[in-house]
Write a protein that binds this ligand. Structure first.
Ligand code: SAM
Length: 178
Protein backbone atom coordinates (compact mmCIF):
# COMPACT_ATOMS: atom_id res chain seq x y z
CA UNK A 1 0.00 0.00 0.00
CA UNK A 2 2.91 2.38 0.79
CA UNK A 3 4.28 1.82 -2.73
CA UNK A 4 0.88 2.54 -4.28
CA UNK A 5 0.52 5.70 -2.15
CA UNK A 6 3.97 6.86 -3.26
CA UNK A 7 3.16 6.19 -6.95
CA UNK A 8 -0.19 7.98 -6.72
CA UNK A 9 1.40 10.95 -4.92
CA UNK A 10 4.10 11.13 -7.59
CA UNK A 11 1.52 11.05 -10.42
CA UNK A 12 -0.62 13.68 -8.72
CA UNK A 13 2.27 16.00 -7.86
CA UNK A 14 4.32 15.79 -11.05
CA UNK A 15 1.84 14.97 -13.82
CA UNK A 16 -1.84 15.48 -13.02
CA UNK A 17 -1.68 18.68 -10.95
CA UNK A 18 0.76 20.48 -13.34
CA UNK A 19 -1.45 19.56 -16.35
CA UNK A 20 -4.59 20.74 -14.54
CA UNK A 21 -2.87 23.95 -13.45
CA UNK A 22 -1.81 24.57 -17.04
CA UNK A 23 -5.43 24.15 -18.20
CA UNK A 24 -6.74 26.50 -15.53
CA UNK A 25 -4.09 29.16 -16.19
CA UNK A 26 -4.75 28.92 -19.97
CA UNK A 27 -8.47 29.34 -19.36
CA UNK A 28 -8.19 32.42 -17.22
CA UNK A 29 -5.23 34.12 -18.95
CA UNK A 30 -6.14 33.42 -22.55
CA UNK A 31 -9.90 32.91 -22.06
CA UNK A 32 -9.67 29.58 -23.83
CA UNK A 33 -12.73 27.40 -23.58
CA UNK A 34 -11.20 24.05 -22.73
CA UNK A 35 -14.13 22.66 -20.75
CA UNK A 36 -14.66 19.61 -22.98
CA UNK A 37 -10.96 18.84 -23.08
CA UNK A 38 -10.63 19.28 -19.31
CA UNK A 39 -13.53 16.97 -18.59
CA UNK A 40 -12.17 14.40 -21.06
CA UNK A 41 -8.71 14.51 -19.45
CA UNK A 42 -10.22 14.27 -15.94
CA UNK A 43 -12.48 11.35 -16.87
CA UNK A 44 -9.72 9.45 -18.63
CA UNK A 45 -7.28 10.07 -15.76
CA UNK A 46 -9.77 8.90 -13.13
CA UNK A 47 -10.69 5.82 -15.19
CA UNK A 48 -7.00 4.99 -15.67
CA UNK A 49 -6.19 5.47 -11.96
CA UNK A 50 -9.19 3.35 -11.05
CA UNK A 51 -8.14 0.52 -13.40
CA UNK A 52 -4.47 0.67 -12.42
CA UNK A 53 -4.87 0.74 -8.64
CA UNK A 54 -8.32 -0.48 -7.76
CA UNK A 55 -9.28 -3.25 -10.13
CA UNK A 56 -8.28 -6.09 -7.79
CA UNK A 57 -9.90 -4.46 -4.73
CA UNK A 58 -13.12 -3.84 -6.65
CA UNK A 59 -13.18 -7.40 -8.05
CA UNK A 60 -12.92 -8.74 -4.49
CA UNK A 61 -15.52 -6.30 -3.17
CA UNK A 62 -18.09 -7.12 -5.85
CA UNK A 63 -17.45 -10.87 -5.97
CA UNK A 64 -19.85 -11.29 -3.04
CA UNK A 65 -22.66 -9.67 -5.04
CA UNK A 66 -22.32 -12.37 -7.71
CA UNK A 67 -22.34 -15.10 -5.04
CA UNK A 68 -25.46 -13.65 -3.39
CA UNK A 69 -27.26 -13.20 -6.69
CA UNK A 70 -26.65 -16.87 -7.52
CA UNK A 71 -28.47 -17.96 -4.37
CA UNK A 72 -31.35 -15.50 -4.82
CA UNK A 73 -34.12 -15.92 -7.39
CA UNK A 74 -35.25 -12.33 -7.44
CA UNK A 75 -33.47 -9.27 -8.81
CA UNK A 76 -31.03 -7.50 -6.54
CA UNK A 77 -31.93 -3.85 -5.91
CA UNK A 78 -28.78 -1.71 -5.84
CA UNK A 79 -28.36 1.95 -4.98
CA UNK A 80 -24.99 3.39 -5.97
CA UNK A 81 -23.91 6.58 -4.21
CA UNK A 82 -21.69 8.90 -6.29
CA UNK A 83 -21.77 6.96 -9.54
CA UNK A 84 -19.35 9.32 -11.33
CA UNK A 85 -18.66 8.00 -14.82
CA UNK A 86 -20.07 4.52 -14.10
CA UNK A 87 -16.83 2.65 -13.44
CA UNK A 88 -18.63 -0.01 -11.36
CA UNK A 89 -21.11 -1.34 -13.95
CA UNK A 90 -18.63 -3.95 -15.10
CA UNK A 91 -18.73 -5.61 -11.67
CA UNK A 92 -22.51 -5.95 -11.33
CA UNK A 93 -23.99 -9.44 -11.74
CA UNK A 94 -26.98 -10.29 -13.95
CA UNK A 95 -30.42 -9.50 -12.59
CA UNK A 96 -29.74 -6.13 -11.06
CA UNK A 97 -32.24 -3.29 -10.62
CA UNK A 98 -30.12 -0.21 -10.39
CA UNK A 99 -30.63 3.28 -8.97
CA UNK A 100 -28.08 5.95 -8.18
CA UNK A 101 -27.51 9.14 -6.25
CA UNK A 102 -25.22 11.68 -7.90
CA UNK A 103 -25.24 15.41 -7.15
CA UNK A 104 -23.31 16.30 -10.32
CA UNK A 105 -25.67 15.95 -13.30
CA UNK A 106 -22.79 16.56 -15.72
CA UNK A 107 -21.87 12.90 -15.26
CA UNK A 108 -25.28 11.75 -16.59
CA UNK A 109 -24.38 11.55 -20.27
CA UNK A 110 -21.16 9.68 -19.45
CA UNK A 111 -22.59 6.92 -17.23
CA UNK A 112 -25.76 6.58 -19.32
CA UNK A 113 -23.66 5.97 -22.43
CA UNK A 114 -21.57 3.42 -20.54
CA UNK A 115 -24.70 1.71 -19.20
CA UNK A 116 -25.81 0.95 -22.79
CA UNK A 117 -23.06 -1.69 -22.92
CA UNK A 118 -24.47 -3.47 -19.84
CA UNK A 119 -27.89 -4.64 -20.95
CA UNK A 120 -28.25 -6.94 -17.93
CA UNK A 121 -28.56 -3.90 -15.62
CA UNK A 122 -32.04 -2.35 -15.40
CA UNK A 123 -32.00 1.35 -14.60
CA UNK A 124 -34.74 2.38 -12.17
CA UNK A 125 -34.00 5.88 -10.91
CA UNK A 126 -31.28 8.50 -10.68
CA UNK A 127 -31.51 11.03 -7.86
CA UNK A 128 -29.57 14.27 -8.27
CA UNK A 129 -28.87 14.75 -4.59
CA UNK A 130 -26.06 14.85 -2.07
CA UNK A 131 -26.13 11.60 -0.08
CA UNK A 132 -26.16 13.49 3.25
CA UNK A 133 -29.90 14.04 2.79
CA UNK A 134 -31.89 11.85 0.42
CA UNK A 135 -35.57 12.66 1.09
CA UNK A 136 -36.64 11.29 -2.31
CA UNK A 137 -35.13 7.87 -1.60
CA UNK A 138 -37.50 5.56 0.27
CA UNK A 139 -36.48 3.82 3.51
CA UNK A 140 -35.88 0.02 3.65
CA UNK A 141 -35.71 -0.10 -0.13
CA UNK A 142 -32.38 -1.58 -1.26
CA UNK A 143 -30.62 -4.94 -0.93
CA UNK A 144 -27.26 -3.33 -1.63
CA UNK A 145 -25.74 0.14 -1.35
CA UNK A 146 -22.49 0.68 -3.26
CA UNK A 147 -20.24 3.58 -2.33
CA UNK A 148 -16.72 3.54 -3.77
CA UNK A 149 -14.26 6.45 -3.53
CA UNK A 150 -16.99 8.82 -2.39
CA UNK A 151 -16.84 9.29 1.38
CA UNK A 152 -13.71 11.46 1.17
CA UNK A 153 -15.54 14.01 -0.99
CA UNK A 154 -18.75 14.35 1.00
CA UNK A 155 -19.34 17.22 3.44
CA UNK A 156 -20.71 15.06 6.26
CA UNK A 157 -19.72 11.34 6.13
CA UNK A 158 -21.68 10.51 9.32
CA UNK A 159 -24.90 11.88 7.77
CA UNK A 160 -24.24 9.85 4.61
CA UNK A 161 -23.79 6.66 6.65
CA UNK A 162 -27.05 7.38 8.53
CA UNK A 163 -28.90 7.82 5.24
CA UNK A 164 -27.37 4.62 3.84
CA UNK A 165 -28.53 2.76 6.94
CA UNK A 166 -32.05 4.16 6.48
CA UNK A 167 -32.45 3.17 2.81
CA UNK A 168 -31.02 -0.34 3.23
CA UNK A 169 -33.35 -3.27 3.95
CA UNK A 170 -32.83 -4.93 7.37
CA UNK A 171 -30.88 -7.77 5.68
CA UNK A 172 -28.63 -6.09 3.17
CA UNK A 173 -25.08 -5.30 2.09
CA UNK A 174 -23.06 -2.12 2.14
CA UNK A 175 -20.24 -2.32 -0.44
CA UNK A 176 -17.70 0.33 0.41
CA UNK A 177 -14.12 0.92 -0.68
CA UNK A 178 -11.72 3.74 -0.29
C1 SAM B 1 -13.98 9.93 -7.13
S1 SAM B 1 -15.60 9.85 -7.77
C2 SAM B 1 -15.96 8.11 -7.57
C3 SAM B 1 -16.82 7.61 -8.70
C4 SAM B 1 -17.18 6.12 -8.62
N1 SAM B 1 -17.89 5.80 -7.40
C5 SAM B 1 -15.95 5.23 -8.76
O1 SAM B 1 -15.69 4.38 -7.88
O2 SAM B 1 -15.25 5.36 -9.80
C6 SAM B 1 -16.57 10.62 -6.45
C7 SAM B 1 -18.04 10.76 -6.82
O3 SAM B 1 -18.78 11.15 -5.65
C8 SAM B 1 -19.72 12.14 -6.02
N2 SAM B 1 -20.09 12.93 -4.82
C9 SAM B 1 -19.44 14.00 -4.30
N3 SAM B 1 -20.11 14.47 -3.22
C10 SAM B 1 -21.19 13.67 -3.06
C11 SAM B 1 -22.27 13.64 -2.12
N4 SAM B 1 -22.37 14.54 -1.13
N5 SAM B 1 -23.21 12.68 -2.27
C12 SAM B 1 -23.12 11.77 -3.26
N6 SAM B 1 -22.13 11.74 -4.17
C13 SAM B 1 -21.17 12.68 -4.08
C14 SAM B 1 -18.98 12.95 -7.08
O4 SAM B 1 -19.86 13.75 -7.84
C15 SAM B 1 -18.32 11.83 -7.87
O5 SAM B 1 -19.17 11.32 -8.84
Amino acid sequence: MARVDAEVSFLLAYIILPILSLFLVSRYLFELNLKKLESLVLRRTCAWLSRRYLEKEKQLLFKHLGDIKQTSRRALSILEIGIGSGENFQYYPRGVHFSCVEPNHHYDSVWKKKLEKFRHIRLDECFHLGAEDMPDVKSNMYDVVVCTLVLCSVMDPAAVLREIHRVLKPVSIFCFCH
